[in-house]
Ligand binder design. Structure first.
Ligand code: FMN
Length: 197
């Protein structure tokens, strides 16, 4: 598991958020990762703690709808790298999804993470993510911003269902080859969003 932890000291005048960033791209230092790094730079400058997880390097199976989590009020019964993500989500105040658009939707690295949130919605759940904040940082090669319509809707509905408060969304279109993200002002926008939390 790739984990980069930047711990900042608590500022006297504000609350220090624990932020978990899930990198959804298999490309190292690709566009979504650069966007996430800019966001983390801004968030760190504001005194927040950012933990970054490269989901591509993990083994996370899909939900098998056994509902044992709902019967026992426990975390998922599948034992894989989602266990570490549950721990990070439980501890975090803010979830950041940094993803490339794949076929107008989530990359396959991230979709199982959403599906495996099911245990939190058991009446006897041991942990609660309701009220936490969520941020979407998305990139796509398509020139039209409408390419994000499906992903945007999925994110917004999922946050509504999970009772996550959306703290920001960036949809960077026209970003295809590695490095394209550096033009168009997206990185400054992401840094400003991180700083504004
Ligand atoms: C499997 C696959 C599917 C993709 N699907 C789309 C798509 O539906 N729409 C689009 O605009 N770009 C699509 N792309 C392009 C990526 O979103 C784009 O190259 C992005 O910048 C990659 O981000 P990354 O560098 O963080 O991996 C796809 C790329 C791959 C590899």
């Amino acid at each position: 598991m790739y984990v980069c932890r930047v711990l900042m000291t608590r500022r006297e005048d504000s609350y220090m958020f624990k932020i978990i960033t899930l990198l959804g791209s298999p490309r190292r230092n690709g566009n979504s990762e650069q966007l996430a790094a800019a966001f983390a730079k801004g968030a760190s400058a504001s005194g927040h703690a950012v933990q970054t997880i490269r989901v591509h390097t993990l083994k996370i199976g899909g939900c098998i709808d056994c509902r044992r989590c709902w019967m026992n009020g426990s975390h998922c019964f599948l034992h894989d790298d989602m266990t570490g993500i549950y721990g990070a989500l439980d501890a975090a105040d803010v979830f950041v999804f940094a993803v490339p658009l794949y076929f107008y939707s989530w990359p396959s690295q991230i979709k199982p993470v959403w599906d495996r949130l099911l245990p939190y919605f058991s009446p006897d759940a041991k942990a609660d993510i309701r009220g936490k904040r969520a941020v979407l940082l998305a990139v796509a090669g398509d020139e039209s911003p409408s390419c994000f319509d499906g992903l945007r809707k999925s994110f917004e509905l999922a946050c509504w269902y999970c009772k996550l408060e959306i703290a920001g969304e960036i949809f960077a279109n026209g970003v295809y080859a590695v490095g394209d993200i550096s033009s168009g002002g997206w990185l400054s926008e992401a840094e400003a969003l991180g700083r504004s939390l």
